[in-house]
Structures are given as C-alpha cells and as structure tokens.
Design a protein around this ligand. Structure first.
Ligand SMILES: [Zn+2]
Length: 353
C-alpha cells in the first residue's frame, strides 16, 4: 500500500491543504480499478468511518497478496470544508468563500481531457483545485463510489439509470433500502465522472457504460456514525470488491437487492407550506399510505386554528427526514419513494441544492 498526499495551496497566505490518498496496486491488469472517497460534504462522516475499517481489511488482503484491481481511497476528501467552523458549527456542504456546494460545479469534460484537469492550477481557487484533483483520480478508475449521507435517512444511493441494474450488487452488499435512479443531468461529482465516460471523446455520446459504475451512496444520516455500522458497511463494500474481482477471496453468497428502485420523478419532496415548529408523525423507514398524516406544523403556536397538517400525496416509503424541528416556508421535510411520478414539478438534475 502506498500513502501519499495531494498538496493544494490555500487562497490566502500561510494556508496549505493536505489530502491523504491510499493506493493499492492491483496484481491483475484485467481486474477493474476502483476509486472511493468519503466526506466530500465535510460534515458527512459515515463514509470516513467505513473507509477507516475498509482500509484495515484491505491492508490484510494486501499482505495476503489478494488485491487484483487497483484501489484508490480518500477517506476524508474535503479538508477545506472540514476547517469551516462557523459559530460553533461545522459548515461542510457549501464553500463559505464562494457559496458553492462542494458537490456541484465539477467540470463536465471528455475522458480524453482528463489530464487537462491538473494543468494551469493558478486559474483556480483552492476549492476548484480540490474538485479537479478528485475528479482526476476518479477518472483513472472503472468504478467510483462517492460516500455521502443524508440528514436523517435510510441506506440508499443515487444511481444514474445508465448503471442500473448493473449496480444491484452494490445495493445488495450495502443492504440498501432504496435506490433513486437519476437522470445524470447535474454537475455533482458522480455525474461529472459518468459524463466524462459517456463523452469519452469530443462528440461521442454513449448511453450505456458496461463495466463502469459511478454512484453517490447515502450512508443513512449524519449522526449514524458508529463502530458497528461502519464495520458492517466496510464488510459490505469488501464483499462488493470481491464480487467484482478486485479482491480475491471466497465469494460469500450475496443476497439479491430487495429494496425499491425508483426514478427521481417518483420522489415526493414533502415541503413545509408555512414556517413553524415541526411535529413529525412518521419516521424514516415507514411505509405510508396516501392521505396519512406525516407532520404537523405549528404555524401559529397557541392559536386554536394555528396548525397545518401535512399528508402523504401517495403511497410510498419514507427515505429521508430533516433533523431540524423548525421549518421555513417551502423548506424540505421528507423524501418519499413512490410507485407513481410525483405531480410536483421537478427540474432536471439533483433533488436538493
Ligand atoms: Zn453529501
């Protein structure tokens, strides 16, 4: 195993960011290569814990000579975000300097232009240099896992339709309860990776990508960082690596994926019609029926008619819920995975900013 650091100059004097990268060389040229990163949103640590335990497992496999495909791992992908403590709270989702989401605005390039990502660094801010380094590493692999988590959430993933159902082995290995099939129309990291593959050369446009995979895994909620969960998830990713022939080990009988796979159009984003304290009646993992009471908003607390009831628009599985208990008008409360398309309008791309 090789450990190195990517060094990125900060945007102000005296600041340098260091990004540790763990690499295992594969023994077989035919085996797929994988890139895995966690905590691109710096406040989402379940993946960092997962990769800590996975690296332990891989060092053992390395000693046994069992690593077949190249493996690159970045357990904490965003040192810039990790440093952003603002009034006592970690602000890991948006770059405070530019107000951009750390998981948007990745360059949409052709695979053949991969090496251009690291040219002329002086043209880019530290956050953009970080993004270009991460994308450059990912584009050296065949399989890419970007480990995130939701606010309160089930184990689920965003997977471009181009990779489904090929990715069902990953969903099964990580015991996912839902897979949200996306349209690949954003500048999020996993979609920038897929974009480069789809547009291998200038003018090329592929719709299927056999042998490739780029997904955003949502490892439950931000507070679901525990040794048992992280070890279980690390075991899951290890089984996936064995199944894909990246690590040589006896293949344990993998259960088939038993969760739901639904297009993003079938996600009901439940929003607060008015501001107020949120009283949730249903939790993540609940199967709800159309008309079920999901939450009550105390819009005018104390007033006899001061509450607003929010009901399920159709039957579905509650996949996520916010952890705050105060809603602003139109703020997101829940995502519900449903059998039918939502009647609410949705822009192409991701569900959230
Ligand atoms: Zn995230």
């Amino acid at each position: 195993m090789d450990v190195s650091e990517i060094i990125i100059a900060g945007d102000t004097p005296g600041v340098v960011w260091r990004l540790p990268v763990f690499r295992f060389e594969g023994a077989s040229a035919e085996a797929p290569r994988i890139y895995i990163q966690a905590a691109l949103h710096a406040n989402e640590l379940p993946g960092t814990a997962l990769l800590h335990f996975l690296l332990d497992r891989l060092r053992q496999a390395d000693r046994d000579g069992a690593i077949l495909g190249g493996i690159t791992i970045v357990p904490q992908a965003n040192p810039i975000g990790s440093a952003q403590a603002h009034f006592g709270e970690l602000q890991g989702r948006f770059d405070l300097g530019s107000r951009t989401n750390f998981n948007r605005d990745f360059p949409l390039i052709s695979l053949e232009d991969r090496d251009c990502l690291l040219e002329q660094p002086d043209l880019y801010s530290a956050a953009d240099r970080l993004k270009r380094h991460l994308l450059h590493m990912a584009l050296g692999a065949d399989l890419v896992l970007d480990l995130h988590c939701d606010d309160e959430g089930l184990q689920y993933a965003y997977i471009d339709e181009a990779f489904w159902p090929d990715a069902a082995d990953l969903a099964a290995a990580l015991d996912m309860q839902a897979v949200l099939l996306s349209d690949g129309e954003s500048s999020a990291f996993e979609e920038a990776v897929a974009h480069a593959w789809k547009h291998g050369r200038e003018g090329e446009r592929r719709t299927t990508l056999p042998g490739r995979l780029s997904v955003s895994v949502e490892l439950r909620g931000t507070r679901d960082v525990y040794p048992e969960l992280a070890r279980k998830d690390a075991e899951g990713v290890f089984r996936f690596l064995v199944g894909r022939g990246i690590v040589a080990a006896p293949k344990a009988g993998l259960q088939a994926f038993a969760g739901k796979a639904v297009p993003l159009d079938n996600i009901e984003m439940i929003r607060a019609p008015e501001a107020g304290a949120i009283l949730f009646h249903r939790d993540i993992g609940d199967n709800v029926k159309a008309g079920d009471l999901l939450a009550t908003i105390l819009a005018r607390p104390g007033a006899p008619e001061g509450t607003i009831e929010i009901r399920a628009p159709q039957d579905g599985l509650v996949v996520t819920r916010v952890s705050t208990r105060f809603a602003r008008r139109r703020s997101d409360l829940m995502k519900i995975a449903c059998a039918e398309p939502s009647r609410a309008a949705r822009k192409p791309g991701t569900l959230e900013a």
